[in-house]
Design a protein around this ligand. Structure first.
Ligand code: GSH
Length: 205
């Protein structure tokens, strides 16, 4: 059976768990990371020398990097509906995944680590992070209005997975934030999917 290494409250592990449920694939999971066994444990360093979760074992094949794992699972299980084969569509989905893990998430990190993890190193960075995050959300809200309802338009794809998890954090972390109508509708629309309710909009920021 496929094995996932990583705590279920990690935003990056949640991408993988969400995808596994989209496919309906059974898996086992081992807790590693903050609050559990540390990722600098020599046992884990052997699993992923870079010391972060998630990692999967699929038979004799081991893979790290959440977005790569999501795409691998889609390909392996023939889910071209979620990860299109055509080069231009595929590249566009990948661009969404890259963006959601970089620009879209960069303001989120200080807000999350400052307010949720309560790491004092982030305390002075929360305000600027919240501003940057809101600017990204405003752009995304406008995009959804013009070209939604999903990142690729009319259909849900793996491009919505990293994006949907950042959006969950936006709503699940209590802080002073602007309201965005189309973003709220996106958050509600994703919640129609049981895998998102299980691993995204599940009460955990
Ligand atoms: N680029 C990596 C980032 C992985 C990452 O930063 N994982 C965090 C959790 S979200 C981690 O392992 N943190 C250390 C810990 O939990 O102890 C990916 O997308 O998989």
């Amino acid at each position: 059976m496929l094995k996932v290494y990583g705590r279920a409250n990690s935003i990056n592990v949640r991408k993988v768990l969400w995808m596994l449920d989209e496919i309906g694939l059974p898996y086992e999971r081992e807790d590693w990371g903050r609050g559990y066994r540390p990722t600098d444990d020599p046992v884990f360093k052997d699993i992923n020398p870079f010391g972060v979760v998630p990692v999967i074992d699929d038979g004799s094949f081991r893979l790290r990097e959440s977005n790569a794992i999501v795409r691998y699972l889609a390909d392996k299980h023939g889910r071209n509906d979620l990860y299109p084969k055509a080069a231009q569509e595929r590249a566009t989905v990948e661009a969404w995944m890259d963006w959601a893990s970089t620009d879209f998430a960069s303001g989120m990190r200080p807000v999350f680590h400052g307010l949720v993890v309560k790491n004092p190193a982030y305390a002075n960075l929360v305000q600027d992070g919240a501003k940057e995050w809101a600017a990204q959300m405003r752009r995304f809200d406008r995009y959804l209005e013009a070209r939604g309802p999903y990142v690729m338009g009319s259909t849900f794809t793996v491009g919505d997975i990293p994006t949907g998890l950042v959006v969950n954090r936006w709503f699940a972390i209590p802080f002073d934030k602007p309201e965005f109508k189309h973003l709220t509708a996106y958050y509600d629309r994703l919640a129609d999917r049981p895998p998102y309710k299980a691993h995204g909009r599940n009460g955990t920021p």
